[in-house]
Ligand binder design. Structure first.
Ligand SMILES: [Zn+2]
Ligand SMILES: [Zn+2]
Length: 730
């Protein structure tokens, strides 16, 4: 047994990053690397991660303290994950402890560990089988136990047998009471039929063969149009790894992690599947985590953080929809699941598949440069054609005196769809009823007092809501600025689309899916299931309806306005618009019926919209690359974003100039400038972008500056957040 343990204290704000050495008391000999522990720290008791066990007496004058307890029943981190946390902290310029904390399966209360669930269970003994009890309840209990051999006490209580009765039986030696471990199974309610592999098309076969051979050990970029059968390739590649006794991790964007998706994996691999995502309870997460760590589950499916699943023998990692921005964590630690996946694949010599119908510019460029291997699926399965996409110029609609939010083309298409008893999806990336409230006398726009963004008008409570915090206010009778009466709401949100549809098409059955309707638990699945059963004619929604779903009866997709994403002040605005339009359009015509897409826009000439119309990724890629190259933006350079925020704007600005002057002359600095979203929850936000051809170089420079900043007078009132390779510049 080792004498000492090196512990990383789980406090983000500690200035030091090095581990502290503690004594291991005799009774905690079970401690292992990767355990969470409770230790004395100063005058407090805090949690920490054990990263090393050894016998080297540390070189210190202070008295060593002793570990109080080991928290979890099973070590939650593997040596590989600890090594990963060291690398990732350096790569993403954050603290190792942030990564360790992010890797833990679930957070319990401080000082309380995660355990398996055990419930009191009665087991019948041999004497019990032969016994002749007198009482009625005792007889009932023994009858049930003879049938089932063992039953939990709560199950017996449901049948009318009290725990007192069971204890009496135990005293007589007829039953034994023991605690039995029960699995908290998040998929317990899922009913599935066993599904066999589907016969592959030639293109699918070719791709799968390359993946299974994996000669070069380079990541595969599986570029397949929507509906081309990427998932089937994933399933068969996983099956191949299972034959070798190797595990697979499948990452999907949180939003696409629907029961339908999980069902497909379970129907193929049964109990070998574990799911990991944020909607599980802490107990469910821990149990799934242990099943993965113990090798009982060999197929992990989950959202971003599942990339840390503690698999022992990893054969394959898949990132489905690899272009999705949700793979980048926007809070601490700011990591991208793709980079983590690539690191783990290297460690395990595992295969990586990045799948997408609209690859990110970064990944496609990597494929072109030979860093990734490009595999293409240019056709939809079963000879289904890609839907035809029509662009409607909304400026022309207005000129012709047609003021409805639905163009004449879209109205005609909707009528046609309704007549044929088929279904339509209408997409709009803004929730609420109206997107801003404006006084027509003085031009005053109602804004959130804490976030300085325009307030949205929401039904049914007729409230003004902030989408960045939880601020709400009643709809004003008069302008708070000039007392004028001509204050009115403008712009279109999903609620308005729903209302206008009902007005325009009496008797139409409409469903809406956005953050407002999906906020109740289970509501998201309920709406989608109901729409799939054709209980509505039209589904109106935000990006929640854009991906992953198969609705065979949907033949029309309408995009109310394609310009919302395009007008965002972000270097990826064009890319996001192209991706979104392609994904939304991909929902049409997935069954045997042909699909049609109508895209309404005020900028029909934009190359992202034209390329989406023609389903032409290559053209989009060429145009967008040219632009990025001219501006020297990623993927042709690397960026690190320094976000500076605080309650005092003057301090924030001064801190910005301090940082800029401290940055090395060798790096390219953009800004400082106020962020497009200037204020959130009462904090002013400014940013600086540091750019360079070599990530390592700018990383070192920023690291030095951040260290200087933390020692400066600004550090108290101003917060500096570093984002390496940012996905979001708002
Ligand atoms: Zn006014
Ligand atoms: Zn707000």
């Amino acid at each position: 047994m080792k004498k000492f343990a090196d512990i990383i204290i789980n406090i983000h704000s500690l200035p030091t990053e090095h581990p502290f050495t503690y004594l291991i008391p005799e009774h905690l000999s079970e401690i292992a690397v990767g355990c969470r522990v409770l230790v004395p720290f100063g005058s407090r008791k805090v949690e920490g991660f054990c990263v090393r066990l050894h016998n080297q007496m540390p070189d210190t004058n202070t008295q060593l303290k002793t570990i109080i307890k080991v928290l979890d029943e099973q070590a939650v981190l593997t040596p590989e994950l600890i090594a990963l946390s060291t690398w990732a902290a350096d790569y993403y310029l954050c603290k190792q402890v942030d990564f360790l904390a992010a890797m833990v399966p679930a957070k319990g209360r401080t000082g309380v560990g995660l355990r398996a669930k055990r419930v009191k269970t009665a087991y019948i003994t041999e004497e019990g089988f032969a016994a002749q009890p007198k009482g009625k309840k005792q007889a009932l209990a023994l009858k049930l136990l003879r049938q089932n051999k063992s039953l939990t006490l709560s199950r017996l209580a449901q049948a009318g047998v009290s725990s007192a009765t069971v204890r009496t039986l135990a005293q007589k030696g007829w039953v034994k009471i023991a605690r039995r471990q029960v699995r908290r199974d998040p998929l317990a309610d899922l009913e599935v039929n066993k599904e066999e592999p589907i016969v592959l098309t030639e293109a699918q076969k070719k791709a799968l063969t390359c993946i299974n051979k994996d000669v070069s050990q380079k990541p595969f970029l599986l570029f397949g149009v929507t509906g081309s059968g990427k998932t089937e390739i994933y399933l068969q590649a996983i099956a191949e790894r299972l034959e070798q006794g190797e595990a697979s991790i499948v990452l999907v964007p949180e939003i696409a992690l629907t029961p339908q998706m999980t069902e497909r994996f379970v129907s193929r691999f049964g109990d070998l599947v574990a799911v990991l995502h944020s909607r599980l309870s802490a107990g469910e997460r821990y149990d799934e985590w242990c099943r993965v760590a113990n090798g009982e589950a060999l197929v992990v499916i989950g959202a971003r953080s599942a990339v840390f699943a503690p698999v022992q023998k990893l054969g394959l990692i898949i990132l489905d929809e690899e272009h999705e921005s949700t793979y980048k964590q926007e809070e601490r630690p700011h990591y991208h699941a793709r980079e983590i996946a690539l690191w783990r694949a290297k460690w395990h010599k595992a295969t990586v598949i990045l799948g997408s119908a609209t690859p990110s510019l970064e990944s496609y460029r990597n494929a072109q440069c030979g860093n990734y291997i490009l595999l293409q699926l240019p056709e939809r399965i079963a000879d289904r054609s890609l839907p035809s996409v029509e662009i409607v110029d909304m400026r022309q609609e207005l000129k012709d005196g047609h003021k409805s939010i639905f163009s004449r083309t879209l109205i005609a298409a909707l009528q046609d769809t309704l007549q044929k008893k088929q279904q339509a999806i209408l997409f709009l990336n803004r929730r609420g009823y109206a997107t801003f409230v404006l006084c027509r006398e003085c031009g005053h726009v109602m804004r959130c007092p804490d976030c300085n963004v325009s307030l949205k008008y929401h039904l049914p409570n007729k409230e003004l809501c902030c989408h960045y915090c939880d601020f709400t206010a009643p709809y004003p009778d008069s302008c708070p600025n000039c007392r004028g009466r001509y204050i009115k709401y403008f712009g279109t949100g999903t609620q308005k689309v729903e209302a206008e549809l009902c007005k325009q098409f009496p008797g139409i059955r409409v469903m809406r899916l956005d953050a407002d309707t999906a906020s109740k638990k289970g509501q998201y699945q309920k709406v989608l299931g109901s729409f799939k059963r054709q209980e509505a004619d039209v589904l109106v929604g935000t990006q929640m309806i854009a991906k992953g779903h198969d609705f065979p009866n949907v033949t029309l997709v309408g995009v109310i306005t394609a310009d919302t994403a395009l007008n965002l002040p972000d270097l990826r605005a064009g890319e996001r618009t192209f991706q979104l339009l392609t994904q939304v359009a991909g929902r049409a015509g997935r069954g045997s019926l042909a699909g049609r897409v109508v895209v309404q826009t005020y900028t029909p000439e934009h190359y992202a919209i034209l390329a989406a119309k023609n389903h032409d990724f290559e053209v989009f890629y060429a145009q967008e690359s040219k632009l990025r190259l001219e501006l020297d933006y990623p993927p042709f350079s690397f960026l690190i974003r320094l976000l500076i925020s605080g309650e005092n704007e003057g301090q924030v600005i001064n801190a910005c100039y301090f940082l800029v002057s401290a940055l090395a002359d060798s790096v390219d600095v953009l800004g400082p400038s106020p962020c497009p979203i200037e204020k959130v929850r009462g904090r002013y936000r400014w940013h600086i972008l540091v750019r360079g051809k070599e990530l390592d170089l700018i990383r070192r420079s920023v690291k030095a500056v951040a260290a200087e900043f933390s020692q400066s007078a600004f550090a108290g009132g101003v917060r500096l957040t570093l984002d390496v390779e940012p996905q979001n510049l708002l």
